[in-house]
Design a protein around this ligand. Structure first.
Ligand code: ATP
Ligand code: MG
Length: 378
């Protein structure tokens, strides 16, 4: 198989690969970019694997006038900047010792050794500068085309090396798996056996994996499998998957919003590192779900995006259809402008002014945004 695309053919990628290749090293693009290009999915970042040692990578880059940032020297990674684009260049590695998350590694000259320590066969694919795909372990391309998420080696063994792979298994299935085929039974059993290891993973990594999983077009089957093997309860204690598939159905082709899916799952989120904005939005969605506000009022108070999340989540959780015209109602509310200003109440100041404006706004909302300025002030 031969790949092409701007991500590979552009001068920056070619420069970095050429720099290493011309010095006699092996250098390949690897992992997500190869997988995505082979599937016809957008490539976001281009990772490079090479037989060159990190200090050789730094030296070659320096000689060619490229900026080299030692972003992960202990595990062999140097980031090269070419035409403003960053490339993570990592030396071939093999695991010497594993500790359930971080491994002690040794550098290697053998691309097959490098492939063996990768998580899934579809992530253990490489391509040279011309786009020729290299599948050092064999079977990776076939798995990719069949959209089969399969561990490199024995699932149980690979999971005990690094428990993050449990989360990655469900995430990659949701993103790239064949929805018609269930998840691999042996891998699921190994996940069930290893779920205790999830407790030692950082909130940051769990958050990052859940974000990607829930942003997949349809994460429901993978999340159901996660619940069944006990992984979901470790990540999101108290979560309930019942409303997730109905939510995905109600969303239709609307762009997936991971936070909306998270809100519908419920459960405690302290095992996930969320941003301040995510925590605020999740709290707002959950608070609104406990009440029963009109779509237009939600649009006015929270903006169209969160209002949409709440209406969809609410319908999914209650098993109700969406109220007719809900989107137009949200837009109407989001565009409504409260007609009274502080200067309309010149006799009031401070907290009194605040309270009066709030009361008038509540009357105006109750009038379905119809009461005029004159009516409100009269
Ligand atoms: P994404 O599009 O989500 O970035 P990706 O495949 O690039 O997908 P990364 O997490 O960026 O995923 O990892 C890059 C590559 O490194 C993977 O394709 C895989 O080969 C390898 N990899 C990453 N994490 C692990 C892990 N925990 N165990 C083994 N290999 C891993
Ligand atoms: Mg990546």
């Amino acid at each position: 198989m031969k790949l092409s695309g701007a991500w590979l053919d552009n001068p920056a990628t070619q420069t970095v690969l050429g720099l290493l290749g011309q010095a006699g090293h092996q250098a390949y693009v690897v992992g997500g970019c190869v997988r995505n290009a082979a599937l016809g999915v957008d490539v976001t970042d281009v990772d490079i694997a090479t037989s060159a040692r990190p200090e050789q990578v730094m030296e070659l880059a320096g000689a060619a006038g490229l900026r080299a940032v030692p972003t992960g020297l202990p595990h062999g990674t140097v980031t090269l900047v070419c035409d403003g684009q960053g490339f993570e260049v990592t030396t071939f590695r093999r695991d010497v010792e594993t500790h359930g998350r971080h491994a002690t590694i040794a550098f290697s000259d053998d691309v097959a050794e490098d492939a063996s320590r990768r998580d899934f066969t579809m992530n253990a694919l490489y391509a040279d500068a011309l786009g020729h795909v290299i599948d050092p372990l064999g079977g990776g391309l076939a798995d990719l085309h069949a959209r089969r998420v399969r561990f490199v080696g024995t699932a149980a063994h690979r999971i005990h090396e690094d428990y993050l792979r449990i989360l990655r298994f469900f995430r990659f299935h949701a993103q790239y798996g064949d929805p018609a085929r269930g998840l691999d039974a042996d891998a699921l059993a190994a996940c069930a056996d290893g779920v205790g290891g999830i407790d030692q993973l950082s909130a940051e990594r769990l958050g990052a994996e859940m974000r990607k999983l829930l942003a997949a077009p349809d994460p429901a089957p993978a999340v159901a499998a996660m619940a069944q093997c006990g992984a979901l309860a470790r990540v999101l204690p108290g979560a309930d998957i019942t409303a997730l598939a109905p939510l995905v159905h109600l969303e239709g082709p609307a762009p997936p919003r991971w936070l909306r899916r998270l809100a519908v799952l419920g459960g405690a989120t302290d095992r996930l590192r969320l941003t301040r904005a995510e925590t605020r939005d999740l709290t707002r969605i959950r608070a609104a779900l406990a009440e029963n506000p009109r779509a237009a009022e939600l649009g006015y108070r929270l903006g169209a995006e969160l209002a949409g999340d709440i209406c969809l989540a609410r319908a999914a959780l209650l098993g109700h259809p969406l109220p007719e015209g809900w989107q137009a109602e949200i837009t109407r509310g989001a565009e409504a402008r409260f007609p009274v200003r502080a200067r309309d109440l010149p006799h009031l100041h401070g907290p009194e002014l605040g309270a009066a404006l709030k009361a008038l706004e509540a009357r105006w909302i109750a009038s379905d945004f119809r009461a005029s300025r004159a009516t409100l002030l009269g």
